[in-house]
Design a binder for this molecule. Structure first.
Ligand code: BES
Ligand code: MN
Ligand code: ZN
Length: 541
């Protein structure tokens, strides 16, 4: 990361700044209009009779030009609406932009995320790398919620995956060229992508002692999610199980986590027959990644985050159709989210004990691959008849879950996995499924998803579904047939958590794909990193 020395100390006296993100994120306190910026963005709600507060003052500053645009019906306040003015005066903002914020009644934390994200995207299209955004947080959940959300939206929007495009820009690792005095990026070639925004100033319409903490939390949550995205976007030949392990080791180094990486030998010793059976068809060795964050009291039992880290899912011998199979590089999205969450937990040094676990493997075919009809023995001792080698996620998770439950006696376990296509049919792309063995925990997780706007919705883990997993030759089958595929998959996992409190997120429909918000780009979305973080933080006593 490039950062010019001295920036912080000299230029921004009096403004709290956080550098936990790849970019600089700061709070503007005091007069918004004397803050020098190449672009000041102000949101305006739909159907407002008259401008208020900062927006009204900004319009005064530009001689009422925006008011005339509103009067002409050219700006209604809908989410896509945009008005841009170039000031001629020296000092303060060079450009003033108004963006639509939708209806005032609908304003919430997610609107703060979207406003900040749209502001960042506008800056990007103008090749500006620094912006300021006014956020009416009083309408968006209050100062603390609103500031966190705006920081999240801005930092998420300013991220892109550029490391594998061989332009001059990407060779400098996406940091972009330095800016000149006008805030404009210098010397991008004609077809180079615009530089990424690297400086975001947030101006809330209220004060709170917690504002700085919220700013830092928002930036850290988003940066954790950006790490998850980075790992998601990296293709299967880059983001191998060993690669995920080495990323985990760097996190451990950076944040003081205790780490433990198990390879095939250690897995043999642990009798992890399920994880090993999935890895059997691949030349890439599997890894079981374990990170421990010791932020709480010594003897306090930790909470556990477990994520499916299947770095490429071909289906194995029960091979998948080739159309769209490239998306199965995203089958490690759960593991990516756990590593992203651990990063933010480390950055914020949250005061509790957390263990993050990622079973990582490929699911390929070869003469050594597991076959339908094979029976394998899990770490927990239960035998499984493999009906379909494409139901591999539950196998690697079975061994990871029994390992974490036995070894750490966690207070609660939350796993996330791109586990079933059935989940996409049930809930589509706007909610993950949540299932588990403890109603209170499920409700905690659901509520955390609401706060993060990474939503999940419960499916029932009722006893009658269990019958679908009965096998004539082993303790269990690895698939329960077509009906209720998400529920039978969760039933399978539940067999390996003992009596631990446990909840499971099926993120097959939400982890990647088309953008659902202005802070997304098509591809890995980072979901559910911020959900995990909201849940972990809610567990701090
Ligand atoms: N990784 C897939 C699930 C998946 C499907 C994720 C679509 C994202 C989008 C998982 O390993 C899988 O193949 N599941 C099978 C299970 C079936 C064989 C019981 C499925 O859902 O088809
Ligand atoms: Mn599969
Ligand atoms: Zn899979």
């Amino acid at each position: 990361m490039k950062r010019r020395k001295g920036d912080f100390a000299n230029s921004y006296i009096g403004h709290p700044v956080t550098d936990v993100a790849h970019m600089k994120v700061g709070l503007i306190r005091g007069d918004l209009f004397s803050h020098d910026t190449p672009l000041l963005v102000l949101p305006v709600f739909q159907g407002e009779a008259r401008l208020e507060g900062a927006a009204a003052r900004a319009d005064e500053l530009i001689g009422g030009a925006f008011g005339r645009a509103r009067k002409a019906g050219d700006f209604k306040g809908k989410e896509e609406d945009f008005f841009l003015h170039y000031r001629s005066e020296e000092g303060g903002p060079t450009r003033i932009a108004f963006v639509g914020a939708g209806r005032r009644e609908d304003a919430d934390a997610e609107v703060a995320r979207k406003v900040a994200a749209r502001a960042v995207r506008r800056a990007e299209s103008l090749s500006l790398t620094s912006i300021s955004v006014h956020v009416p947080v009083s309408r968006m959940g209050g100062v603390e919620v609103g500031v966190q959300a705006a920081a999240e939206g801005g930092v998420l929007a300013a991220w892109d995956f550029r490391e594998l495009k061989s332009t001059a820009e990407s060779r400098s690792n996406g940091d972009g060229p330095d800016q000149g005095d006008d805030g404009k990026a210098q010397s991008s070639g004609e077809d180079a992508p615009p530089p990424l925004v690297n400086e975001l100033w947030i101006h809330p319409d209220g004060e709170s002692d917690g504002a700085e903490r919220s700013l830092k939390a928002g930036a850290a949550f988003a940066e954790g999610e950006n790490l998850a995205r980075l790992l998601q976007w990296r293709p299967g030949n880059v983001a191998t199980p060993a690669h995920l392990a080495s990323v985990a080791l760097s996190l451990a180094e950076e944040h003081g986590f205790t780490s433990r990486i198990l390879g095939p030998g250690e897995m043999e010793a642990e009798r992890m027959g399920a994880l090993l059976s999935v890895a059997a068809g691949s030349e890439q060795e599997p890894r079981l990644i374990v990170l421990e964050h010791h932020g709480g009291e010594e003897g306090d039992s930790p909470i556990a985050l477990v994520g499916k880290g299947l770095t490429f899912d071909s289906g194995g011998i029960s091979i998948k159709p080739s159309l769209g199979m490239e998306d199965m590089k995203y089958d490690m999205s759960g593991g990516a989210a756990v590593l992203g969450a651990m990063k933010a937990i480390g950055v914020l040094d949250l005061p509790l004990n957390v263990v993050g676990v990622v079973p990582a493997s490929e699911n390929l075919l070869s003469g050594k691959a597991t076959k339908p009809g094979d029976v394998i023995r899990t770490r927990a001792g239960k035998t499984v008849e493999i009906i379909n080698t494409d139901a591999e996620g539950r196998l690697i998770l079975a061994d990871a879950l029994s390992y974490v439950v036995d070894r750490y006696r966690p207070d609660a376990v939350l796993d996330c996995a791109t586990l079933t296509g059935a989940c996409v049919l049930a809930l589509g792309h706007h909610a993950a499924a949540v299932l588990g063995n403890d109603e209170e925990l499920i409700e905690e997780v659901r509520a955390a998803g609401d706060r993060a706007s990474e939503r999940c919705w419960p499916l029932p883990l009722w006893k009658p579904y269990r019958k679908q997993l009965e096998s004539p030759v082993a303790d269990l089958k690895n698939v329960g047939g077509r009906p209720a595929g998400t529920i039978t998959a969760a039933w399978f996992l539940s067999e390996f958590v003992g009596d631990a409190r446990w909840a499971h997120l099926d993120i097959a429909g939400t982890a990647y794909g088309e953008p659902r918000a202005p802070y997304h780009r098509k591809g890995g979305l980072g979901f559910p990193t911020r959900l995990l973080l909201e849940w972990v933080r809610s567990r701090v006593r």
